[in-house]
Ligand binder design. Structure first.
Ligand code: AP5
Ligand code: ZN
Length: 210
């Protein structure tokens, strides 16, 4: 099963992609996580990506396309995968079409902009293992410490309010058109992302089948 997660920054793509990946035993490929790991390790790609991410802008298409194309060659992708945060522009979607046979589902998680700012200000992430929390809706068991690996959880650099506002406008301009792109292929399913996390997961499982 090949799945794309669509939705605004903070809609819950990463949260749901992790749960779905666990349930269906599929690799979860998050371009944002890959860039953050590269930034942490101070790689060349990380240093380049950081310039854009800190401003709330998208990393240039060719950098992302090469990275994903490379990742999709891994053996673990043979049985399918969940793409989270990719594609994000029409040229990225076209490149994906050229690289793979077909995508089965584009799951579009819908959350209004008004709720996004609250979600982002309360989000905390573990930069060691990628786990995501929220200080109100999904807190760590012990304050400031990742439940999974015990590392410190922090606020993402790009979760400052003014950067979130920029990311939202970039989303509406460059990524939202992909909903039409995939609707024309008949594979978009809209999911109400304002429900509590487990209910959103249940709705997605109903679509994908148990
Ligand atoms: P990326 O990491 O992909 O960020 P994003 O798309 O902006 O999405 P987020 O990770 O912010 O949100 P999410 O939808 O995964 O929400 P989450 O589950 O965390 O990209 C970051 C940057 O990298 C980009 O700006 C760009 O520069 C670059 N980049 C990445 N991919 C790229 C590409 N393809 N092309 C070019 N550049 C690229 O949830 C958010 C919060 O809400 C969490 O705290 C969570 O706990 C909480 N939450 C989740 N669900 C619920 C719920 N149902 N109810 C209440 N709270 C909830
Ligand atoms: Zn962790």
């Amino acid at each position: 099963m090949r799945i794309i997660m669509l939705g605004a920054p903070g809609a819950g793509k990463g949260t749901q992609a992790k749960k779905i990946a666990d349930k269906y035993q599929l690799p979860h490929i998050s371009t944002g996580d890959i860039f953050r790991a590269n930034i942490k390790n101070e790689t060349e790609i990380g240093l380049k990506a950081k310039e854009y991410m800190d401003k709330g802008l998208l990393v240039p298409d060719q950098v992302v396309v090469d990275l994903v194309a490379d990742r999709l060659l891994n053996d673990d992708c043979k049985k399918g995968y969940i793409l989270d945060g990719f594609p994000r522009t029409t040229p990225q979607a076209i490149a994906l079409d050229e690289a793979v046979e077909s995508i089965d589902y584009a799951i579009n998680i819908e959350v209004p902009d008004s709720e996004i700012l609250n979600r982002m200000s309360g989000r905390r992430v573990c930069l060691s293992c990628g786990a995501t929390y929220h200080i109100e809706s999904n807190p760590t068991k012990e304050e400031g410490t990742c439940d999974v690996c015990g590392s410190e959880v922090v606020q993402r650099d790009d979760d400052q309010e003014e950067t979130v506002i920029k990311r939202l406008s970039v989303y509406h301009e460059q990524t939202q058109p992909l909903i039409d792109y995939y609707s024309e292929k008949g594979i978009v399913v809209n999911v109400d992302g304002t429900k509590i996390m487990d209910d959103v997961t249940e709705d997605i499982i109903k679509i994908l089948g148990a």
